[in-house]
Design a protein. Structure first.
Length: 328
């Protein structure tokens, strides 16, 4: 997962988690039992209850539904920035992978750029029609940790031991420039564009190369930062893809650890948000995934301020840091 700063749900020294959520007044219960938790609370609690966490207290009083949960998590930090928490990483990775996989007809060959923790890879490998995956991550130490640390290997379902997977410890830009293969699905999980070197990973020039790498019927998904914290960056990634001849559409989901997170889809042909059935195991996607393609008017209003990021006019890191500064 990319560099994520905001942590609205988990404290750094998390030892326990207490959350209160009420049930609907279906059985003549007191009006105090109406649901009070916001969307983030509800999604977070649902994922906590699905995990192997100890329930210290679970009762319904006259006034409310009371749950006290001891939640223990695994986290990865890169350069002191949180990459994921095991408490809610599935919300990110299931949205990241299953939406594009459901929107394409072919999934035989998949390319993952970044994602050295193997968590997006875990979701990709759920599809039996996937025959070959190339995963490119700059840091071989991350790949080694994801493969050899037992807790990490358990989290990613030992994905790197699957015969379909070829992991490469190398620069992703170098790989795609030298690569002659075509892929049905390309998953881009790059760090946030905080500095010029990282902003280049979101350039029109790189998207032009990926245009030739993608199969004519294929689809690309790119993690695209916080929808509410960096909305101009979010829309700029889509606009830059469009400048590289792609058709795009955007979607988002709420990840309790990081807030409202966005993704850009790109294809050589016009895209649709009409979803087919997702026929692999998942537990965090909404019943109506079409809601993930809808944005509040306030967020949509930032679209007109989107910029095109290119090597000749590298600007995305400046926009990013300005937005984060304004948000904080």
């Amino acid at each position: 997962m990319s560099d994520k700063r905001k942590n609205v749900w988990l404290s750094k020294e998390l030892k326990g988690f207490t959350d209160f959520q009420s049930k609907n007044n279906e059985e003549g219960k007191d009006s105090h039992h109406s649901i009070r938790g916001d969307k983030w609370d509800q999604m977070g609690l649902k994922e906590l209850l699905a995990g192997k966490h100890r329930r210290l207290y679970d009762s319904i009083s006259r006034y409310q539904d009371i749950k006290i949960i001891e939640a223990k998590d695994i986290r990865m930090y890169l350069n002191e920035q949180l990459q994921f928490s095991s408490l809610d990483e599935r919300i990110y990775h299931e949205a990241f992978v299953h939406i594009p996989m459901a929107l394409t007809q072919k999934r035989k060959k998949v390319l993952i750029l970044g994602g050295g923790d193997g968590l997006a890879l875990r979701e990709v490998l759920k599809y039996k029609d996937v025959k070959h995956v190339d995963l490119i991550d700059l840091d071989g130490h991350v790949l080694q940790a994801a493969r050899e640390i037992p807790e990490m290997a358990e989290m990613n379902d030992r994905a790197f031991f699957d015969r379909r997977v070829n992991a490469h410890a190398m620069d992703a830009v170098k790989f795609v420039k030298e690569n002659k293969e075509h892929y049905d699905v390309i998953i881009i999980d790059f760090p946030d564009p905080t500095v010029p070197e990282l902003a280049k990973l979101y350039s029109a020039e790189l998207y032009n190369i990926l245009y030739t790498t993608l199969d004519d019927e294929g689809i690309i998904v790119c993690q695209s930062n916080s929808v509410d914290e960096t909305p101009i960056v979010f829309w700029s990634i889509g606009r830059t893809m469009e400048a590289s001849r792609f058709h795009t559409t955007a979607y988002h989901t709420v990840i309790p650890s990081f807030g409202d997170w966005g993704f850009q889809l790109a294809s050589k042909k016009p895209l649709t948000s009409r979803m087919k059935r997702i026929n692999v195991p998942h537990r965090t996607l909404p019943d109506d995934v079409g809601t993930m393609f809808k944005f509040p008017n306030k967020i949509l209003s930032y679209k007109r301020r989107a910029v095109i990021n290119s090597d000749n006019r590298l600007i995305l890191h400046e926009v990013f840091n300005r937005e984060v500064g304004e948000y904080l």
